[in-house]
Design a protein around this ligand. Structure first.
Ligand code: PMT
Length: 375
């Protein structure tokens, strides 16, 4: 009999240990996420092309941040994995069309930053693994369009911005030169660009910010698994801050058309399979000691809190952050077993974001969580 893939082994362990549980919620959860659905998702997933490279960067990140001399924050070795942006669901293997999930990545990017007088994760002494959708908002430059833009710049000693177009083929055309010129002549953007370049490059160079991109649901879940297993050594000092908007439905790889779907044959009927909720696998198997925070997004406020409570109980999250689409930048409700706290943006302060008081509260509750293990 051929050996199981690593994914199957992990999932089999998870399922066998879960079958032993007698809680009603867990039993319901297993009915909703049958073994074959979880397994077939991973078995039919196209393997990551750059898995070895990602594992290498994760190893370097972990080594750097677990050794006392390597942690440049000067505080305890705490780490947070922030997921950010929406996952796509391709409709064709050679993908022309895809279904997308709403998320600009602003929440995740802003929560990462290092800004004086406000509390974000880097500022609070955490090292950050930033798992983000390609092209979504980036830490330090949430007002700029895309990450590769940053990589074209460096700040010279005289604080002027130098542009290296050759290092990035995406910008080696006239339109891009025009775009870059547009940013550089605009004084406001020039300042934003300078800060973004310096702080982002510094955080990456110091090894306290590791940025890993995804596009599809297949990439997202596989990389999340690699990250969670890599961060196990941090035990309770690790947080999973799952702000990404993750697809609930997908086309299994084996059922997917290879080439562009033709319109000549008339209207398109697609049957989408359900993406198994991976929160339970993450919580119970991949990173059982970590502090887990998931988000609940709804457009109907009447069901928001009920759904957040359900996620808390069902997936045994330590915290669920409930937000409503239209007010998500103004306030969120933090739901834990003990409390429900409404966190609001400080509207008296220009440029204040809700992520600052939110991260402050998260850091506080995480500290309490860690203390339980010290006792
Ligand atoms: O990026 P912005 O524009 O700033 O917006 C931020 C946000 C609104 C996207 C963010 O605050 C947010 O709410 N993110 C979660 C959105 C979401 O996917 O909600 P959900 O109700 O579909 O899923 C709830 C949780 O289950 C999520 O933490 C998700 O990671 C997880 N999930 C979802 C589907 C799935 N198949 N498996 C999962 O584990």
């Amino acid at each position: 009999m051929p050996p199981n893939s690593p994914y199957t082994e992990i999932l089999l362990n998870y399922l066998s240990s879960s079958f032993g549980m007698d809680a009603v919620d867990d039993a319901n959860q297993l009915q909703e996420t049958p073994k074959n659905e979880v397994m077939s998702f991973f078995e039919s997933t196209p393997l990551l092309e750059d898995a070895a490279e990602i594992e290498k960067s994760l190893k370097e990140f972990v080594d750097r941040n677990t050794s006392s001399s390597g942690n440049l924050n000067g505080k305890t070795n705490r780490v947070v994995c922030i997921t950010s942006g929406g996952t796509t669901v391709p409709l064709e293997k050679q993908c022309v069309r895809y279904i997308d999930n709403f998320s600009s990545g602003h929440r995740g990017a802003t929560s990462t930053e290092y800004i004086p007088n406000t509390i974000y994760f880097l500022k609070a002494g955490y090292s950050v693994v930033f798992l983000y959708r390609r092209g979504s908002c980036q830490p330090f430059c949430s007002t700029l369009p895309d990450d590769p833009l940053l990589e074209c710049f460096s700040v010279a000693d005289d604080s002027s911005i130098e542009v290296d177009l050759l290092s990035n083929s995406r910008f080696s055309n006239l339109m891009s030169i025009f775009l870059l010129h547009y940013f550089l002549v605009d004084a406001l953007h020039a300042e934003t660009v300078k800060r973004a370049i310096t702080e982002s490059l510094t955080a990456v160079a110091e090894g306290i910010l590791l940025k890993l991109p995804f596009t599809t649901i297949f990439e997202y879940l596989q990389i999340l698994q690699l990250i969670s297993v890599s961060l196990r050594d941090f035990g309770p000092s690790a947080i999973f801050f799952l702000a990404a908007a993750v697809s609930d439905f997908y086309v299994p790889w084996k059922n997917m058309a290879l080439h562009k779907i033709q319109s000549a044959s008339g209207p398109l009927d697609i049957r989408l399979a359900q993406v198994p909720k991976m929160l339970s696998v993450l919580r119970n198997e991949w990173a059982p000691m970590a502090f887990h925070i998931s988000f609940k997004l709804e457009t109907d406020t009447d069901i928001l809190l009920a759904k957040a409570n359900m996620a808390l109980e069902k997936y045994k999250m330590h915290m669920v952050i409930a937000n409503e689409l239209s007010t998500r930048k103004e306030e969120v409700i933090v739901v834990t077993e003990q409390e429900k706290v409404t966190v609001r943006r400080d509207s008296t302060r220009a440029g204040a974001e809700v992520e600052s008081p939110l991260v402050e509260l998260v850091v506080d509750r995480h500290s309490t969580y860690i203390k339980k293990f010290d006792a």
